[in-house]
Design a protein around this ligand. Structure first.
Ligand code: GTP
Ligand code: ZN
Length: 356
């Protein structure tokens, strides 16, 4: 274990914000795991189990004020007990958040202080420029620097053309085509993975995020232990962390919340992403056709004659279910507000886009 705080991402920004606390008998640490308001905090004294103080709770105005994975927090360590009291969260350089459904809907931070976010998109049939645009908006809003990672290059025959297409919607954003399976192009990611640099991944399910993380982490990654043989169960007490060091010295954040962000981005872009299916559906005999076994279903017809791929239809259905699930969970009013915000941002993006 490395207790040198620079190795965990400490830098001048955080040092400046910590200055007012320096007189007091406190130190700092970085949140590497959150579990029901209990936090694993990496500190110069090693890893401690932290809880926020009563005063913290009293002054917190909402969920977003609480520590999240990646945050730097001001603590009083109790080293013998391996515990810590958390007094404050230092200002974040970036944050990814989602709306959390509780008694009210609040902003919940799913990752903080990410330097670089890899926007992972697969180069096979799933390739979609509109989706890349939406991920870019998300990244820019977060404060992290976006880097576009085009995965599964081994499944694509015209990588250069695809890269050129992405360049046209992502001017000035670094683009890297890789194959995590073959190990191609991984060297190009090294500059973002230097010691103390924090990265996170965003991308739809199945684009190869886990495969890439495992590659970057080498064989010893905790997450990999999730894939273990049945008889091995229970013996493995590997310490799972949502922020962990890669062999390169880079810091990777992989939280469940970050993985779920794909659902939020999908909301407004749903029609765009699947406009081929939506267009087909307009030709269905019934307006409210569920494309299951209704007579005169144009989607089923396209599936039957092969003009629509089964896998694509399946992911359409999956996304639809996920969105429906989210819609049920969510406060309708807040959702409307969020949609409006998105509309404004996408409009602005459209106007900002250079003519092609
Ligand atoms: N051909 C090829 N397949 C890949 C590559 N990277 C990942 N895959 C495959 O794509 C599938 C999905 O990969 P995952 O790494 O689980 O994708 P993920 O983005 O983590 O998916 P979620 O966990 O659902 O978010 C797996 O079957 C991988 O073996 C690649 O570079 N080339
Ligand atoms: Zn139909």
């Amino acid at each position: 274990m490395n207790n040198n705080l620079q190795a965990w991402g400490w830098n001048d920004h955080f040092a400046a914000h910590f200055a007012p606390f320096a007189e007091q008998d406190v130190c700092v640490g970085r949140i590497v795991l959150e579990h029901k308001r209990l936090y694993r905090v990496m500190t110069e004294h090693g890893e401690l189990l932290g809880e926020v103080t009563g005063k913290f709770r009293f002054t917190a105005s909402g969920r977003e004020d609480y520590p999240a994975v990646g945050d730097w927090v001001v603590i009083t360590p109790r080293v013998e007990e391996k515990r810590a009291s958390i007094h404050a969260v230092l200002p974040r350089t970036s944050k990814f958040s989602r709306r959390a459904a509780g008694e009210t809907v609040e902003e919940q931070i799913v990752a903080a202080n990410v330097d670089t976010v890899f926007l992972v998109n697969a180069l096979n049939n799933d390739f979609n420029l509109r989706r890349i645009e939406r991920y870019l908006i998300l990244a820019w809003e977060s404060g992290a620097n976006p880097v576009i990672v085009l995965s599964k290059a081994d499944l694509c025959e015209d990588v250069e053309r695809k890269v050129a297409e992405v360049e046209s919607v992502a001017i000035g954003v670094p683009i890297h085509a890789i194959s995590a399976e073959r190990g191609d192009g991984l060297d190009s990611l090294a500059p973002y993975l230097r010691e103390g640099q924090t990265v996170a991944l965003l991308g739809s399910s199945g684009v190869g995020k886990s495969t890439l993380i495992n590659r970057l982490a080498g064989m010893d990654l905790q997450r990999v232990s999730g894939v273990r043989s049945k008889d091995d169960r229970g013996r493995h007490t590997t310490t799972h962390r949502e922020l962990f060091r890669l062999p390169s010295g880079g810091l990777m954040i992989d939280t469940p919340g970050m993985r779920e962000l794909q659902l939020w981005e999908a909301d407004d872009g749903f029609r765009d992403a699947f406009d081929d299916i939506e267009t087909l559906a307009e030709a269905c005999r019934f307006r409210d056709c569920s494309h299951e076994r209704e007579p005169g279903c144009a989607v089923q017809a396209a599936l039957a004659d092969g003009s629509l791929q089964r896998a694509r239809f399946d992911s359409y259905r999956k996304l639809q279910r996920e969105l429906a699930h989210l819609a049920r969970k969510d406060d309708a009013r807040l959702q409307a507000a969020e949609k409006n915000k998105w509309k404004k941002i996408t409009m602005a993006m459209r106007h900002a886009k250079p003519k092609r």
